[in-house]
Design a protein around this ligand. Sequence first.
Ligand SMILES: [Zn+2]
Length: 355
Amino acid sequence: MNDVVLKELCLADGLSGYEKEVTRVMKKYMAPCVDEIRYDNLGSLVAYKKGSEPLKVLLTGHVDEIGMVVRSIDEKGYVHPHQLGTLFAHSLGAQEVTLTTREGKKLKGIIGTHAKDPQFQLNKDTIPVQDQIVDFGVYSKKDLEDLGVRIGDPITPSGYYQELNHPDFVAAKAWDDRVGAGLVVETAMALKDVKVAPDVYFAGTVQEEVGLRGAKTVGQMVEPDISIALDVYPCNDTTNDPKGEYALGKGCTICLADTSSIAHTGLVQYLEELCEKHGIAYQETMISRGGTDSGELHRVGKGSVNVSIAIPNRYVHTQRSIINRQDYQSALSLLVEFLKDINLEKLQALLASKQ
Ligand SMILES: [Zn+2]
């Protein structure tokens, strides 16, 4: 896991619809490793590496993160937010955020913790996101306007990237899904001087958190034979969850099913055989709420042979979530071995496995 790349990706502010800071980081690291950089019309980045056989493989990591935009500013200078993506209201109070103005200026703010309703029951009720306020420490609306703040400006959790007390555990803002963006970048870097059979498309997709929108346009643009969405999956290894079998540190995740897609069974078997052959740790899991870019990717054209590979993530969709380096490294090894191994003949065998 390349901390320089991952830290830069996590610190970039990239609310859904405002992802350019993130795709620029990806471009910086991938441009020397690929033949061409392209974009779809929504801003998703697609880095293309030419192969030797007529088959197309697409890897995606979504570049957007959850957050809010300025809905209105009241006379006292408080910002009232509109949320984009699924924020958890209970995790927001007293957190530091960053607003990015149209001119690119960065303003720090704090999410207010007021309980304005007299009926509010302390420690029982949660203030809905749209009723929370963001406090930028000014006297008035005019103060904020003078700083360049306008309706629609994006507000994201403030940047954070911290190795914890065992070096395998790293907490950051926006692991969802800078993990995927990082895997896309690092796979391209690892294959820089390696000849592979497939044409490979390394993509950073926009607007996943609000409905897999970049995945749809990138899927249509590339029409991949095989597609792999790289993302985080919420693990259940905290003390609050008695099941706890899907855990940090037990390897990357081959996602069998979620609400957006069901993995191609032939591809799952093929990837698991690669893991066994190369000693790569993996877990299998499924989730009953949420999905990934695969929800759009698998149904492009006549269909794409598809799976999601994820990294288990604690405290997903909060300002500070935790991943494990070993899980990330397993996913990276699997992707590199897969791209070195896959060819037209193996694609045909995968297609035949469903006939
Ligand atoms: Zn995600």
